[in-house]
Design a protein around this ligand. Structure first.
Ligand SMILES: Cc1cc2nc3c(=O)[nH]c(=O)nc-3n(C[C@H](O)[C@H](O)[C@H](O)COP(=O)(O)OP(=O)(O)OC[C@H]3O[C@@H](n4cnc5c(N)ncnc54)[C@H](O)[C@@H]3O)c2cc1C
Length: 383
């Protein structure tokens, strides 16, 4: 019996410590975060989704900053974590599965944002597949950018048709710049040059999955997995039970399985990303795949190197998405997402050659991506 971990290249909550309290005090006294709150509270928040970068509200920003703050002050080394996956010798039938058995599947995919794509490809191969998702399986309004070559792979594996791909593409742009401040630019074509609507894309794939016989369990979290000699038996938050021959973890960076595998260890690094989608850009035909600033910028109590990404949005010809991101070690002096956003409102207009007054901010986006020096996965049961 196998549990597979699916992670994006680009995965924790710990106890509150004294250091965290100090950090909170530092922030309150040293950093004045006013513009972000003012801007965000003016925007009506719709189309939020459960996946990474799917929340747009000021309250959700505060919640993510709290998680990030806890990571920063977490001690290094293994921590006590909830045991989601356990191993029991013997056959499942010897233990019984209770009265709430939803079904027995070839594969259960846990996490339905990108998980639904994988599940549909497996269903198209004739396997009996279920998807378990904590929220609704739903894509966010904020576009994903992607290359056509990557989209075509979804046709090859039976997830989408050529026509469906055209229907979900909301923006196309060329050329695309990789810029290095003071060192020059490299222009490329057809790299990350499509904006796709995650809302439409996920809905289309969800329909295909169901039409192929896939089973969806939404609004219920995976609580535990017991691995027997013949089957994995999953317990869900609402009391349902599922069993399968293979479990695929597509629960993203905050997967409880990943947390168990990593023994609750603090990440070695964090990629912090903030940005916005705004209306009012007159120059809006090309994109920046990446633009790196060569100088060091002081944000709150930290020196950081900033990177940018910008591309036209599908909502209108003057609408453009701009991301600013940085890599940092999780420590008490690291900037919060709100600190970064305060800096963003100052630097983004300069980088994009506009004034903030000319822009209507349509949406504010943010996310955190943990990184580990040792990215290999240990055995989940310990050595
Ligand atoms: C601001 C921002 C912009 C981005 N832009 C792009 C982009 O343009 N293109 C791109 O390719 N990527 C982009 N990304 C990367 C983004 O992480 C991915 O696009 C995508 O969201 C990753 O999907 P995932 O399914 O791997 O993980 P997640 O999006 O984290 O989804 C994990 C899913 O698992 C579910 N889940 C978690 N725990 C449980 C549980 N216990 N039981 C059941 N379900 C659970 C969650 O509800 C969620 O739906 C961006 C990210 C951010 C933050």
């Amino acid at each position: 019996m196998v549990v597979l971990q699916i992670q994006q290249s680009n995965g924790f909550v710990s106890s509150v410590s004294r250091a965290r309290t100090n950090r909170g005090r530092r922030r309150a006294s040293n950093t004045v975060c006013v513009q972000t709150q003012k801007i965000m509270e003016k925007i009506s928040v719709g189309g939020e989704a459960g996946g990474a970068g799917g929340a747009y509200s000021y309250n959700a920003l505060k919640r993510l900053d709290n998680i990030w703050s806890n990571i920063c002050t977490q001690p290094t080394g293994p921590q006590e974590t909830q045991q989601i996956v356990s191993r029991v010798s013997g056959f499942s039938q010897d233990y019984g599965m209770g009265n709430n058995l939803v079904g027995t599947f070839d594969i259960v995919v846990c996490g339905g944002t990108l998980g639904i794509f994988l599940a549909t490809a497996l269903c198209a191969k004739g396997l009996r597949v279920a998807v378990v998702e904590r929220n609704a399986i739903k894509g966010r309004d904020q576009e994903w950018n992607i290359s056509r070559k990557e989209m075509k792979e979804l046709i090859e594996v039976g997830v989408l048709t050529e026509d469906e791909i055209e229907e979900v593409i909301s923006a196309k742009f060329n050329p695309n710049r990789c810029g290095f401040e003071n060192l020059g630019d490299i222009w490329v074509e057809d790299i990350l040059n499509l904006g796709v609507s995650p809302a439409k894309l996920v809905e289309t794939v969800k329909r295909r999955f169901v039409s192929l016989g896939g089973v969806i369990l939404e609004d219920c979290s995976l609580s535990s997995i017991v691995i027997y000699d013949d089957l994995a038996v999953m317990q869900l938050s609402k009391g349902d039970t599922l069993s399968s021959r293979l479990v695929i973890d597509a629960m993203g960076n905050f997967s409880p399985i990943l947390k168990q595998i990593k023994r609750g260890r603090k990440p070695d690094g964090m990629c912090l990303v903030v940005g916005s989608c705004a209306h009012g850009f007159k120059e809006n035909s090309s994109s920046d795949v990446i633009y790196s600033s060569s100088s060091v910028t002081k944000v709150a109590d930290s020196n950081v190197q900033l990177f940018w990404e910008a591309f036209p949005a599908g909502s209108g010809p003057l609408d453009r998405t701009t991301y600013m991101f940085t890599y940092t070690e999780p420590q008490s002096t690291s900037p919060s997402l709100e600190d970064l956003l305060e800096e963003y409102w100052k630097l983004m207009p300069k980088y994009q050659g506009v004034s903030l007054d000319e822009l209507e901010i349509l949406r504010v986006v943010y996310g955190i991506f943990p990184t580990y020096r040792n990215s290999s996965y240990d055995s989940i049961y310990g050595s």
